[in-house]
Design a protein around this ligand. Structure first.
Ligand code: MN
Length: 240
């Protein structure tokens, strides 16, 4: 029994290499797995379930092949693909999960999150996040023609790139207190997240006891430690 986790694949038209690697992972690498969790930012930009830009349809079909083999696939929203909706679920057989989400892995409770909600030092980002995650705002955005959605997204991405360049590295990492609070609130000793693109396994002190925070790497920048393999009593980061 094996469960796989990936995050921050950031699939887009210009990233042919990671698209090929991810398609091959879905078709071949997931064989023998019981479940796959995708912890957000699978797509570099998802503008609604009618967003059929390349390579989206190839990915949706490959996900469908995975779920058709009886592998359960859970997907969290990332800050690049938070508009994944019911149409995506229906087409792929994947389940969209709330963030954070507790999963039972062979008797161990593990908390899953994309990770952006833990970056509480970035006050400007959190304000932006609550705006774009507002159901009313999303409804209005999705009602726009795709051309307009693309234009608006391009403006937002430009603004966000500038903002990121002006921010100190530690501001864009997870906040230690936010991590501890979330783990305590869900009564877990293991947390898995992505978003920061800083893969690693970290010890966390939770009211005097040691807990574990596992960070998944991305699929296009460093491209290392981008898969977490969890078997009954062990887990390890590996590179696809
Ligand atoms: Mn992210």
């Amino acid at each position: 029994m094996t469960t796989f986790f990936v995050s921050d694949v950031h699939l887009s038209e210009s990233r042919e290499k990671s698209t090929d690697a991810f398609l091959s992972f879905l078709d071949n690498g997931t064989r023998g797995a019981s479940a796959l969790y995708i912890l957000g930012d699978l797509f570099d930009l998802w503008l609604g379930d009618d967003d059929t830009r390349f390579p989206h349809l190839f990915i949706l079909d490959a996900l469908k092949r995975v779920t058709a083999r009886g592998i359960s696939v859970g997907v969290l929203h990332g800050n690049h693909d938070f508009l994944l909706g019911a149409g995506f679920e229906k087409r792929t057989g994947c389940r969209l999960l709330p963030d954070p989400y507790v999963v039972d892995l062979y008797g161990t409770s593990v908390l899953l999150s994309h990770g952006d909600i833990l970056c509480t030092d970035d006050v400007a980002y959190q304000a932006y996040r609550s705006q774009v995650r507002d159901p009313e705002q999303q409804h209005l955005f999705l009602a726009l023609p795709m051309k307009q959605r693309l234009l608006k997204a391009a403006v937002l991405q430009g603004t966000s790139k500038e903002a990121v360049q002006g921010k100190a590295q530690h501001i864009m990492d997870v906040n230690k207190d936010a991590v501890e609070q979330m783990m305590l609130a869900h009564n877990v000793r293991h947390l898995v997240h992505g978003h920061t693109h800083r893969p690693g396994i970290h010890g966390v002190s939770l009211s005097g006891q040691t807990a574990t925070r596992i960070v998944l790497g991305d699929w296009y920048e460093q491209g290392s430690d981008n898969i977490l393999i969890w078997e009954k009593d062990t887990f390890r980061l590996a590179t696809v």
